[in-house]
Design a binder for this molecule. Structure first.
Ligand code: UD1
Length: 387
């Protein structure tokens, strides 16, 4: 893919793991109209480990990025600053008609600011989500990106309402549904064919392979993921959660935990890692690929997570989800709105109560309107109308 010629030039940006499943269906859909659009894919390189990045390109059939900015780790200012400096050169050289950003990571915000300062039109996919919590870096990224965007593609009516209240003109807002569910629907059958036990065997962390793995029968295991600074950066928060995991949750069922690099660093620094490794019912793995994670999510009896994307995937799959956060920018996934997710914060007593309730309850999938696997088609149709 290269930019150039008379067709409209679409420059799409990805940076971190949760972006890849959102961009895959979009790149594929734009490619169906080669006479109208030229695409250019930029990876900022915020996530760079093969398990956090390259495996998603392979599994989801995303073409290799045209440009890799190789930004890597750093403080927020370092990541955003380095991305802006590098992305500005790309925009100046490629001269796109549109820059398309997805989600709420540092790459999203950095490239949004840069695009607007270069007078390039900006589209944001997954606009209008609000946690109303400015302690979350993602909330800052969402606010800035939406304020600058010319086209705001939303997942649901609550997001539309948030944008309208902030004064975004109605004609810029297009409710198209959830593009991540396009990827889920496209990959569901491939994921279903995988065996959970094989997944954990293949992805076990170096030095943690076992001679016998517990059977991971559908509806009889749990999955944990944690990476948010509010959960993992403070020992006083993290240690009681680990006690609950090792004491009660792992006593009820085997638990698979794909460990985010940030979380592993913190568990080791806080002296909590050895106790987790020693617990036979907790299966620690490297960060999983998309298909592997989808397979475990569809089979899990319960999910404990602080990820926004998993909340949405659990909703459509019907997997009870305990969301270890005080708030969510995705209220449409909550039980009170018909979803499967319960906000439990990081207080072990609340997590315990909700865990017991989840075990006593039944699976029930919930599909919000337009979360139907056709969101990328609706987005590209908007661009075609704009001719
Ligand atoms: C980022 C996003 C978050 C998203 C999450 C998914 C922002 C502000 N946050 O958080 O919204 O839910 O990704 O994973 O953009 N690291 C590695 N290898 C990698 C990537 C990171 O070792 O491939 C390490 C870094 O050194 C750093 C830590 O993990 O210490 C955190 O990475 P960072 O990109 O800062 O943010 P995430 O916590 O992953």
């Amino acid at each position: 893919m290269t930019c150039g010629g008379t067709r409209r030039r679409i420059l799409s940006v990805v940076g971190a793991r949760p972006n890849f499943m959102k961009i895959a269906p979009l790149v594929r859909e734009f490619a169906r109209f080669p006479a109208e659009f030229e695409q250019c894919l930029v990876h900022t390189g915020q996530h760079y480990d093969p398990a956090m990045s390259a495996s998603f390109f392979r599994d989801l059939g995303i073409p290799a990025p045209d440009v890799d900015l190789e930004i890597g780790s750093g403080s927020h200012a370092e990541q955003v600053g380095r991305t802006m400096i590098a992305f500005e050169k790309v925009v100046q050289a490629r001269k796109p008609d549109w820059v398309v950003v997805v989600g709420d990571v540092n790459a999203t915000c950095a490239c949004a600011i840069t695009a607007k300062k270069e007078h390039v039109r900006l589209a944001h996919i997954e606009a209008g989500l609000r946690s109303f919590d400015l302690d979350m870096p993602e909330e800052i990224n969402r606010l800035v990106t939406d304020r600058l965007s010319d086209l705001l593609f939303t997942t649901d009516a609550i997001a539309d309402g948030n944008l309208r209240r902030e004064g975004v003109p109605a004609e810029r807002i297009r409710r198209v549904g959830n593009i991540m569910i396009d990827t889920l629907e496209q990959q569901r059958e491939r994921a279903r064919a995988l065996d959970p036990r094989r997944i954990v065997e293949a992805q076990s962390l170096p030095g943690l392979a076992r001679s016998a793995w517990p059977a991971l029968t559908d509806d009889a295991f749990g999955v944990v993921t944690l990476h948010r600074p509010s959960n993992v950066d403070d020992r006083a928060v993290l240690a009681p959660l680990i006690d609950l995991l090792l004491g009660e949750i792992a006593a009820a069922m085997p638990v698979v935990w794909p460990v985010h690099p940030r979380t592993r660093k913190q568990l080791e620094a806080f002296g909590l890692w050895a106790a987790i490794v020693a617990c036979p019912a907790v299966i620690l793995t490297a960060p999983l690929g998309y298909l592997e994670m989808l397979r475990l999510t569809m089979g899990a009896r319960v999910m404990l997570t602080d990820s926004g994307g998993l909340q949405e995937e659990c909703c459509v799959l019907g997997t009870p989800c305990l969301t270890l956060r005080q708030n969510t920018e995705r209220p449409v996934t909550l039980r009170e709105d018909g979803g499967v997710s319960v906000l439990v914060g990081n207080d072990p007593a609340r997590v315990r109560t909700a865990f017991r309730a989840a075990l006593a309850g039944k699976r029930a999938a919930h599909r919000p309107p337009l979360w139907d696997g056709h969101t990328a088609e609706r987005i590209v149709a908007c661009f075609r109308e704009l001719a």
